[in-house]
Design a protein around this ligand. Structure first.
Ligand code: BEZ
Length: 399
Protein backbone atom coordinates (compact mmCIF):
# COMPACT_ATOMS: atom_id res chain seq x y z
CA UNK A 1 0.00 0.00 0.00
CA UNK A 2 1.47 3.38 -1.00
CA UNK A 3 1.66 6.39 1.32
CA UNK A 4 -1.18 7.95 -0.62
CA UNK A 5 -3.29 4.80 -0.26
CA UNK A 6 -2.62 4.60 3.45
CA UNK A 7 -3.36 8.29 3.92
CA UNK A 8 -6.87 7.82 2.64
CA UNK A 9 -7.54 5.16 5.22
CA UNK A 10 -6.35 7.40 8.05
CA UNK A 11 -8.36 8.91 10.83
CA UNK A 12 -11.09 10.71 8.89
CA UNK A 13 -12.08 7.84 6.69
CA UNK A 14 -11.56 5.23 9.40
CA UNK A 15 -13.70 6.99 11.95
CA UNK A 16 -16.09 8.37 9.39
CA UNK A 17 -16.65 11.39 11.63
CA UNK A 18 -19.95 10.08 12.85
CA UNK A 19 -21.03 8.10 9.83
CA UNK A 20 -24.39 6.46 10.11
CA UNK A 21 -25.86 6.20 13.58
CA UNK A 22 -26.57 2.69 14.84
CA UNK A 23 -30.12 1.48 15.39
CA UNK A 24 -31.85 2.80 18.50
CA UNK A 25 -30.93 0.91 21.67
CA UNK A 26 -33.55 -1.34 23.27
CA UNK A 27 -33.85 1.23 26.07
CA UNK A 28 -34.85 4.04 23.73
CA UNK A 29 -38.43 4.74 22.66
CA UNK A 30 -39.72 1.67 20.71
CA UNK A 31 -40.90 3.22 17.43
CA UNK A 32 -38.30 5.99 17.02
CA UNK A 33 -35.94 5.27 14.13
CA UNK A 34 -32.36 6.45 14.54
CA UNK A 35 -31.39 9.37 12.30
CA UNK A 36 -28.10 9.25 10.42
CA UNK A 37 -25.57 11.59 11.99
CA UNK A 38 -25.46 15.09 10.57
CA UNK A 39 -22.87 15.80 7.92
CA UNK A 40 -20.56 18.60 9.08
CA UNK A 41 -19.45 20.61 6.08
CA UNK A 42 -16.62 23.08 6.69
CA UNK A 43 -16.66 26.14 4.44
CA UNK A 44 -13.26 27.83 4.67
CA UNK A 45 -13.50 30.73 2.23
CA UNK A 46 -12.85 34.48 2.04
CA UNK A 47 -15.81 36.54 3.28
CA UNK A 48 -13.86 39.79 3.65
CA UNK A 49 -11.33 41.58 1.41
CA UNK A 50 -10.73 41.55 -2.36
CA UNK A 51 -12.08 38.02 -2.84
CA UNK A 52 -15.14 38.29 -0.54
CA UNK A 53 -17.62 38.23 -3.43
CA UNK A 54 -16.00 35.02 -4.72
CA UNK A 55 -16.37 33.29 -1.35
CA UNK A 56 -19.98 34.39 -1.11
CA UNK A 57 -20.87 33.13 -4.60
CA UNK A 58 -19.33 29.71 -3.85
CA UNK A 59 -21.19 29.50 -0.54
CA UNK A 60 -24.51 30.57 -2.08
CA UNK A 61 -24.35 27.97 -4.81
CA UNK A 62 -23.14 25.15 -2.56
CA UNK A 63 -26.05 25.85 -0.22
CA UNK A 64 -28.44 26.15 -3.16
CA UNK A 65 -27.61 22.60 -4.28
CA UNK A 66 -28.05 21.25 -0.75
CA UNK A 67 -31.36 23.13 -0.39
CA UNK A 68 -32.53 21.60 -3.69
CA UNK A 69 -31.90 18.20 -2.08
CA UNK A 70 -34.04 19.10 0.94
CA UNK A 71 -31.08 20.11 3.12
CA UNK A 72 -29.63 16.58 3.01
CA UNK A 73 -26.89 14.78 1.09
CA UNK A 74 -27.21 11.00 0.86
CA UNK A 75 -29.80 11.09 3.62
CA UNK A 76 -27.62 13.05 6.05
CA UNK A 77 -28.73 16.48 7.17
CA UNK A 78 -26.08 19.07 6.37
CA UNK A 79 -24.69 21.36 9.05
CA UNK A 80 -22.24 24.13 8.15
CA UNK A 81 -19.14 25.34 9.98
CA UNK A 82 -18.10 28.60 8.33
CA UNK A 83 -14.68 30.25 8.62
CA UNK A 84 -13.49 33.47 6.94
CA UNK A 85 -9.93 32.81 5.72
CA UNK A 86 -9.50 36.50 4.74
CA UNK A 87 -7.34 35.38 1.76
CA UNK A 88 -4.52 35.44 4.31
CA UNK A 89 -1.86 32.77 3.65
CA UNK A 90 -0.09 33.41 6.98
CA UNK A 91 -3.19 32.21 8.87
CA UNK A 92 -4.06 29.33 6.54
CA UNK A 93 -2.57 26.37 8.41
CA UNK A 94 -3.94 27.52 11.79
CA UNK A 95 -7.38 28.18 10.29
CA UNK A 96 -7.47 24.83 8.50
CA UNK A 97 -6.33 23.01 11.64
CA UNK A 98 -9.03 24.79 13.62
CA UNK A 99 -11.86 23.76 11.33
CA UNK A 100 -10.57 20.21 10.74
CA UNK A 101 -9.17 19.22 14.13
CA UNK A 102 -11.15 21.37 16.57
CA UNK A 103 -14.52 21.65 14.80
CA UNK A 104 -14.07 18.17 13.33
CA UNK A 105 -15.77 18.75 10.01
CA UNK A 106 -16.46 15.68 7.86
CA UNK A 107 -15.67 17.51 4.65
CA UNK A 108 -13.53 20.59 4.01
CA UNK A 109 -14.67 22.93 1.23
CA UNK A 110 -12.25 25.71 0.29
CA UNK A 111 -10.80 27.96 -0.82
CA UNK A 112 -10.32 30.82 -3.32
CA UNK A 113 -6.74 32.11 -2.85
CA UNK A 114 -3.88 29.85 -3.97
CA UNK A 115 -1.58 30.92 -1.12
CA UNK A 116 -4.21 29.96 1.45
CA UNK A 117 -4.85 26.73 -0.47
CA UNK A 118 -1.21 25.72 -0.01
CA UNK A 119 -1.73 25.69 3.78
CA UNK A 120 -5.06 23.88 3.47
CA UNK A 121 -3.59 21.16 1.26
CA UNK A 122 -0.92 20.53 3.90
CA UNK A 123 -3.60 20.05 6.57
CA UNK A 124 -5.77 17.93 4.23
CA UNK A 125 -2.84 15.62 3.52
CA UNK A 126 -1.90 15.30 7.19
CA UNK A 127 -5.42 14.74 8.48
CA UNK A 128 -6.84 12.75 5.54
CA UNK A 129 -10.04 14.83 5.65
CA UNK A 130 -12.08 14.69 2.45
CA UNK A 131 -11.41 18.04 0.75
CA UNK A 132 -12.97 19.77 -2.25
CA UNK A 133 -11.40 22.91 -3.73
CA UNK A 134 -14.11 25.12 -5.29
CA UNK A 135 -11.78 27.76 -6.77
CA UNK A 136 -8.07 28.15 -5.96
CA UNK A 137 -6.01 27.03 -8.94
CA UNK A 138 -2.88 26.21 -6.85
CA UNK A 139 -1.08 23.80 -9.21
CA UNK A 140 0.49 21.56 -6.57
CA UNK A 141 -2.95 20.62 -5.15
CA UNK A 142 -3.43 18.40 -8.20
CA UNK A 143 0.29 18.26 -9.00
CA UNK A 144 3.17 17.39 -6.63
CA UNK A 145 0.88 17.45 -3.57
CA UNK A 146 -2.05 15.56 -5.11
CA UNK A 147 -3.72 13.04 -2.81
CA UNK A 148 -6.67 10.64 -2.93
CA UNK A 149 -8.70 12.76 -0.48
CA UNK A 150 -8.21 16.08 -2.37
CA UNK A 151 -10.47 16.98 -5.30
CA UNK A 152 -11.01 20.18 -7.27
CA UNK A 153 -14.17 21.34 -9.08
CA UNK A 154 -12.69 24.54 -10.52
CA UNK A 155 -9.43 24.68 -12.54
CA UNK A 156 -5.67 24.69 -12.24
CA UNK A 157 -4.07 28.12 -12.69
CA UNK A 158 -2.25 26.77 -15.75
CA UNK A 159 -5.59 25.82 -17.36
CA UNK A 160 -7.01 29.34 -17.17
CA UNK A 161 -4.31 31.02 -19.24
CA UNK A 162 -3.09 28.24 -21.50
CA UNK A 163 -5.67 28.90 -24.23
CA UNK A 164 -5.34 32.69 -23.96
CA UNK A 165 -1.97 32.94 -25.77
CA UNK A 166 -3.27 31.01 -28.79
CA UNK A 167 -6.36 33.26 -28.94
CA UNK A 168 -4.25 36.43 -28.85
CA UNK A 169 -1.95 35.22 -31.62
CA UNK A 170 -4.95 34.25 -33.76
CA UNK A 171 -6.11 37.84 -33.34
CA UNK A 172 -2.78 39.18 -34.55
CA UNK A 173 -1.16 40.31 -31.27
CA UNK A 174 2.46 39.20 -31.71
CA UNK A 175 3.83 41.09 -28.68
CA UNK A 176 2.25 41.65 -25.32
CA UNK A 177 2.78 42.85 -21.77
CA UNK A 178 1.61 40.77 -18.79
CA UNK A 179 0.42 42.19 -15.47
CA UNK A 180 -0.83 40.54 -12.26
CA UNK A 181 -0.56 40.21 -8.50
CA UNK A 182 2.67 38.67 -7.23
CA UNK A 183 1.58 35.47 -5.51
CA UNK A 184 1.21 31.77 -6.32
CA UNK A 185 -1.81 32.15 -8.62
CA UNK A 186 -0.34 35.10 -10.56
CA UNK A 187 2.94 33.27 -11.05
CA UNK A 188 1.34 30.01 -12.17
CA UNK A 189 -1.06 31.79 -14.51
CA UNK A 190 1.86 33.69 -16.01
CA UNK A 191 3.73 30.40 -16.56
CA UNK A 192 0.67 28.89 -18.28
CA UNK A 193 0.24 31.98 -20.43
CA UNK A 194 3.94 32.19 -21.38
CA UNK A 195 3.99 28.53 -22.39
CA UNK A 196 0.90 28.90 -24.63
CA UNK A 197 1.70 32.34 -26.05
CA UNK A 198 5.35 31.65 -26.91
CA UNK A 199 4.49 28.27 -28.42
CA UNK A 200 1.99 30.06 -30.67
CA UNK A 201 4.75 32.49 -31.75
CA UNK A 202 4.20 35.43 -29.37
CA UNK A 203 6.80 37.50 -27.48
CA UNK A 204 6.23 38.90 -24.00
CA UNK A 205 7.97 42.29 -23.92
CA UNK A 206 7.24 43.11 -20.28
CA UNK A 207 5.92 41.33 -17.19
CA UNK A 208 4.66 43.56 -14.39
CA UNK A 209 3.79 42.58 -10.83
CA UNK A 210 2.35 44.15 -7.71
CA UNK A 211 1.91 42.64 -4.26
CA UNK A 212 -1.49 41.09 -3.42
CA UNK A 213 -3.92 42.77 -2.69
CA UNK A 214 -2.43 46.15 -3.69
CA UNK A 215 -4.49 48.02 -6.33
CA UNK A 216 -2.26 51.03 -6.99
CA UNK A 217 -1.89 50.40 -10.72
CA UNK A 218 -0.87 53.85 -11.97
CA UNK A 219 2.92 53.42 -12.20
CA UNK A 220 2.54 50.07 -13.95
CA UNK A 221 0.02 51.47 -16.44
CA UNK A 222 2.59 54.12 -17.33
CA UNK A 223 5.13 51.35 -18.01
CA UNK A 224 2.65 49.56 -20.26
CA UNK A 225 2.02 52.74 -22.26
CA UNK A 226 5.78 53.23 -22.70
CA UNK A 227 6.38 49.61 -23.79
CA UNK A 228 3.73 49.87 -26.55
CA UNK A 229 2.91 46.14 -26.82
CA UNK A 230 0.31 44.91 -29.34
CA UNK A 231 -1.90 43.86 -26.40
CA UNK A 232 -1.98 43.30 -22.63
CA UNK A 233 -2.82 40.04 -20.85
CA UNK A 234 -3.55 39.86 -17.15
CA UNK A 235 -4.99 38.05 -14.14
CA UNK A 236 -7.07 40.00 -11.63
CA UNK A 237 -10.22 38.90 -9.83
CA UNK A 238 -12.90 40.32 -7.53
CA UNK A 239 -12.40 43.89 -6.27
CA UNK A 240 -8.95 44.15 -7.90
CA UNK A 241 -10.40 43.24 -11.32
CA UNK A 242 -13.03 45.97 -10.99
CA UNK A 243 -10.40 48.61 -10.23
CA UNK A 244 -7.91 47.42 -12.84
CA UNK A 245 -10.42 47.50 -15.71
CA UNK A 246 -11.60 50.98 -14.70
CA UNK A 247 -8.07 52.33 -14.25
CA UNK A 248 -6.95 50.85 -17.59
CA UNK A 249 -9.78 52.66 -19.32
CA UNK A 250 -9.27 55.91 -17.38
CA UNK A 251 -5.57 55.90 -18.34
CA UNK A 252 -6.66 56.01 -22.00
CA UNK A 253 -5.17 52.60 -22.77
CA UNK A 254 -8.33 50.67 -23.66
CA UNK A 255 -8.68 52.22 -27.11
CA UNK A 256 -4.95 51.92 -27.89
CA UNK A 257 -3.81 48.54 -26.49
CA UNK A 258 -6.45 45.77 -26.33
CA UNK A 259 -6.82 44.23 -22.87
CA UNK A 260 -7.17 40.45 -22.49
CA UNK A 261 -7.23 38.19 -19.46
CA UNK A 262 -8.43 34.93 -18.09
CA UNK A 263 -12.13 35.32 -17.39
CA UNK A 264 -11.78 36.27 -13.71
CA UNK A 265 -11.15 39.79 -15.04
CA UNK A 266 -14.81 40.19 -15.97
CA UNK A 267 -16.70 37.47 -14.05
CA UNK A 268 -18.98 38.70 -11.26
CA UNK A 269 -17.65 42.22 -11.83
CA UNK A 270 -19.49 43.66 -14.83
CA UNK A 271 -22.04 45.78 -13.00
CA UNK A 272 -19.25 47.61 -11.17
CA UNK A 273 -16.98 47.88 -14.24
CA UNK A 274 -19.70 49.39 -16.46
CA UNK A 275 -18.62 50.84 -19.81
CA UNK A 276 -14.91 50.24 -19.07
CA UNK A 277 -15.36 46.48 -19.55
CA UNK A 278 -17.31 46.56 -22.84
CA UNK A 279 -15.76 44.43 -25.58
CA UNK A 280 -13.05 42.78 -23.42
CA UNK A 281 -12.18 39.25 -24.57
CA UNK A 282 -11.28 36.58 -22.02
CA UNK A 283 -10.90 32.80 -21.80
CA UNK A 284 -12.56 30.73 -19.07
CA UNK A 285 -14.44 27.48 -18.45
CA UNK A 286 -17.78 29.31 -18.14
CA UNK A 287 -19.72 31.96 -20.08
CA UNK A 288 -23.04 33.72 -19.50
CA UNK A 289 -24.85 32.65 -22.64
CA UNK A 290 -24.13 28.94 -22.97
CA UNK A 291 -26.86 26.99 -24.69
CA UNK A 292 -26.88 24.26 -22.04
CA UNK A 293 -30.16 23.19 -20.35
CA UNK A 294 -28.39 22.58 -17.02
CA UNK A 295 -27.05 26.14 -17.10
CA UNK A 296 -30.45 27.66 -17.85
CA UNK A 297 -31.97 25.72 -14.94
CA UNK A 298 -29.11 26.70 -12.61
CA UNK A 299 -29.24 30.40 -13.53
CA UNK A 300 -32.97 30.53 -12.91
CA UNK A 301 -32.78 28.89 -9.48
CA UNK A 302 -29.76 30.96 -8.42
CA UNK A 303 -31.42 34.22 -9.47
CA UNK A 304 -34.63 33.20 -7.69
CA UNK A 305 -32.84 32.28 -4.48
CA UNK A 306 -30.41 35.20 -4.26
CA UNK A 307 -31.75 37.94 -6.58
CA UNK A 308 -28.32 37.87 -8.22
CA UNK A 309 -26.87 36.50 -11.45
CA UNK A 310 -24.49 33.57 -10.91
CA UNK A 311 -20.86 33.66 -12.05
CA UNK A 312 -18.08 31.14 -12.51
CA UNK A 313 -17.45 30.96 -8.76
CA UNK A 314 -21.08 30.02 -8.14
CA UNK A 315 -20.82 27.28 -10.78
CA UNK A 316 -17.72 25.84 -9.09
CA UNK A 317 -19.44 25.91 -5.68
CA UNK A 318 -22.52 24.18 -7.09
CA UNK A 319 -20.33 21.49 -8.65
CA UNK A 320 -18.48 20.99 -5.35
CA UNK A 321 -21.82 20.08 -3.77
CA UNK A 322 -22.75 17.88 -6.75
CA UNK A 323 -19.44 16.01 -6.52
CA UNK A 324 -19.83 15.46 -2.79
CA UNK A 325 -23.39 14.23 -3.27
CA UNK A 326 -22.33 11.71 -5.93
CA UNK A 327 -19.53 10.38 -3.70
CA UNK A 328 -21.71 10.13 -0.60
CA UNK A 329 -24.57 8.45 -2.45
CA UNK A 330 -22.20 5.77 -3.70
CA UNK A 331 -21.37 4.84 -0.10
CA UNK A 332 -24.86 5.55 1.31
CA UNK A 333 -23.55 8.51 3.29
CA UNK A 334 -20.89 6.46 5.08
CA UNK A 335 -17.57 8.29 5.07
CA UNK A 336 -15.89 5.22 6.54
CA UNK A 337 -16.03 3.69 3.06
CA UNK A 338 -13.08 5.90 2.04
CA UNK A 339 -11.84 3.96 -0.97
CA UNK A 340 -15.29 3.43 -2.47
CA UNK A 341 -16.09 7.10 -1.90
CA UNK A 342 -12.92 8.20 -3.67
CA UNK A 343 -13.49 5.74 -6.52
CA UNK A 344 -16.99 7.15 -7.07
CA UNK A 345 -15.70 10.73 -7.07
CA UNK A 346 -12.88 9.81 -9.46
CA UNK A 347 -15.24 8.27 -11.97
CA UNK A 348 -17.69 11.14 -12.20
CA UNK A 349 -18.99 13.03 -15.15
CA UNK A 350 -20.38 16.20 -13.61
CA UNK A 351 -23.45 17.60 -15.33
CA UNK A 352 -22.33 21.16 -14.74
CA UNK A 353 -23.81 24.51 -15.79
CA UNK A 354 -20.46 25.03 -17.62
CA UNK A 355 -21.05 21.83 -19.66
CA UNK A 356 -20.31 18.22 -18.74
CA UNK A 357 -16.81 17.58 -17.40
CA UNK A 358 -14.83 14.57 -16.20
CA UNK A 359 -12.39 14.27 -13.33
CA UNK A 360 -8.72 13.78 -14.30
CA UNK A 361 -6.58 11.14 -12.59
CA UNK A 362 -5.05 13.97 -10.54
CA UNK A 363 -8.59 15.03 -9.41
CA UNK A 364 -8.93 18.19 -11.51
CA UNK A 365 -11.67 18.96 -14.09
CA UNK A 366 -11.03 18.15 -17.76
CA UNK A 367 -13.07 20.91 -19.36
CA UNK A 368 -13.58 23.19 -22.35
CA UNK A 369 -12.07 26.67 -22.25
CA UNK A 370 -14.40 29.26 -23.82
CA UNK A 371 -13.57 32.54 -25.52
CA UNK A 372 -16.03 35.15 -24.22
CA UNK A 373 -16.65 38.82 -24.93
CA UNK A 374 -18.23 41.41 -22.66
CA UNK A 375 -21.51 42.68 -24.07
CA UNK A 376 -23.61 44.72 -21.63
CA UNK A 377 -23.55 42.85 -18.34
CA UNK A 378 -22.73 39.48 -19.86
CA UNK A 379 -19.63 37.50 -20.75
CA UNK A 380 -21.07 36.28 -24.05
CA UNK A 381 -19.91 32.96 -25.44
CA UNK A 382 -17.86 33.46 -28.64
CA UNK A 383 -16.32 30.03 -29.32
CA UNK A 384 -14.55 27.05 -27.76
CA UNK A 385 -10.95 28.23 -27.34
CA UNK A 386 -9.67 24.78 -26.29
CA UNK A 387 -11.66 21.56 -26.21
CA UNK A 388 -11.34 19.27 -23.16
CA UNK A 389 -8.31 21.06 -21.72
CA UNK A 390 -6.52 18.92 -19.13
CA UNK A 391 -3.93 20.18 -16.68
CA UNK A 392 -0.59 18.36 -17.18
CA UNK A 393 -0.61 17.48 -13.43
CA UNK A 394 3.18 17.71 -13.30
CA UNK A 395 4.56 15.80 -10.32
CA UNK A 396 1.33 14.04 -9.37
CA UNK A 397 1.97 10.37 -8.67
CA UNK A 398 -1.69 9.45 -9.21
CA UNK A 399 -1.69 10.76 -12.81
C1 BEZ B 1 -6.29 31.86 -6.89
O1 BEZ B 1 -5.66 32.48 -6.00
O2 BEZ B 1 -6.00 30.69 -7.19
C2 BEZ B 1 -7.40 32.55 -7.61
C3 BEZ B 1 -8.07 33.61 -7.01
C4 BEZ B 1 -9.10 34.23 -7.67
C5 BEZ B 1 -9.50 33.77 -8.92
C6 BEZ B 1 -8.85 32.72 -9.51
C7 BEZ B 1 -7.78 32.09 -8.85
Amino acid sequence: MSILDSRITRRRFIQGAGGLALAASPLSAPFVLAQPARLKVGLMLPYTGTYASLGNAITNAFKLYVAEKGGKLAGREVEYVVLDDESEPAKAVDNANRIVNRDKVDVLIGTVHSGVQAGMVKVSRESGVLSIIPNAGFGAATGQMCAPNIFRTSFSNWQTTHALGKVMIERGHKTCAWITHKYAAGEEMFAGFKEGYEKAGGRIVKDLWLPFPNVEFQALLTEIAAAKPDAVACFFAGGAAVKFVKDYDAAGLKAKIPLYGNGFLTDGTLQAQGASAQGILTTLHYADSLDIPKDKEFRLSYAKAYKLQPDVYAVQGYDAAQLLDIGLKAVKGDLKAGKALVAAMEGVTIDSPRGKWKMSKAHNPIQDSYLRQVVGEQNKYVSVAWKALEDPARGCKMA
